[in-house]
Design a protein around this ligand. Sequence first.
Ligand code: PA5
Length: 462
Amino acid sequence: MSLNLDFTNMMAAALPAGQGITLSEWENAAAPFAAAHAAVHARTDDLGFLTLPNNTALLAQSEAVATWADGRFTDVLLLGIGGSALGPIALRTALCAPQWNALTAEQRGGKPRLHVLDNVDPASIAAVLARLSLANTLVLVVSKSGGTVETMAQYLIVREALALALGEAKAREHVVFVTDPAKGALRAIANAEGVRTVDIPANVGGRFSVLSPVGVLPAALLGIDVRALLAGAGHVTSEAANPSLGSNLPGAFAVLQWLADTRHGRHVQVLMPYADPLRDLALWFVQLWAESLGKIGPDGRSVGPTPLPALGATDQHSQVQLFMEGPRDKTVTFVAVRGRTQEGPIPARHADIPELGYLAGHTLGELLDIEQRATAGALAARGRLNATLTVDAVDAWHMGALMQTFALATAYAGALYGIDAFDQPGVELGKQFAYAMLGRAGSEAARAEWDALPHPDPRFQL
Ligand code: PA5
């Protein structure tokens, strides 16, 4: 079980003249990294994601609900948004059999389907509600704050539908809240109505919460090996105690991306797994990197790289042209998988046709790996910075390891940029404007600011 980072192609030594991070930039980054490392690890009490892998009491909460729910429900409907949805989606895609929700109960080993509603588009909610048998559905309402407008709106609709279908008393049995231990509207409802509830520790924020019950509870319900997930994350966390840049993989990732952004104009940072099960890991990473690092820096200037998701080999026929010949403003981090399963050789049919014949005897996994290496090499040959993270397999242990690697890297990167990676003040104003338009009490100041904004200008309308 291992995770490796090969960053040769980020370095000037491997790239055409004038491109890449120089050895002295890398060596000189050891000191700022040591400071970033010290700053992050001094906050163990405050940064709850660091201790999630060893939080057995919290794991027990999720396991208890999963044991109670086992065999009772055919479907789990998760309501949440942002960090409360992207982690569970990434875990389902990576660790459940492909096409999970289309499999029969037997093929799923008796475990439920998982549906995630992470938006308030009425078309999606209506479609899910029309399809589900609510009598066989468990609804997880996931919100750290316990008051996020989208999740609360979803909850009101789904709770009403449950009450209508099952009656009030039974409806309650079909709902689990995953929320802050003390604060928020969900906690208040849970206390008043006795709704089953699992905690998100107070010191764990949304996008850092996948290894809390936010991700662990749905994973446990689906039969994913959550202990292996936490063990992988725990392994990475203990290895990351090492403040030496050359031995700290999440630190190396953070420093490389930070140097590429701040010294080499590589402001767009692509995460490109070569594995369908890791497709949604890239989307989860995008939120983590974007919402954590896009901030006003200490000198008042805006900072933060722009993350971009991609998928190999699919995006070789889409975005890779841009990565190869577009602006030199990107890094690409590939995620490669060493051990792939379910491979048979490509048949030797049409062996006499040159465009097909050479494929005979190779496997699809081999093709995918070779394409990844070829793309990495091609990018490097044209001075395009890239690195490759390799995992032995897409399994629970390696998913835990990957996710904790990116969470740690984000925390280190926040310290390197000199910003707070754990807040998101930039999303507040839009929220306040929306509250004002919806007539929420206390949003009068936002209403006044909204009303003072320029009106749509007829000169700029078609
Ligand atoms: O990372 C974050 O903190 C946010 O993206 C939240 O996850 C998102 O806003 C949802 O918040 P909550 O879990 O409080 O409903």
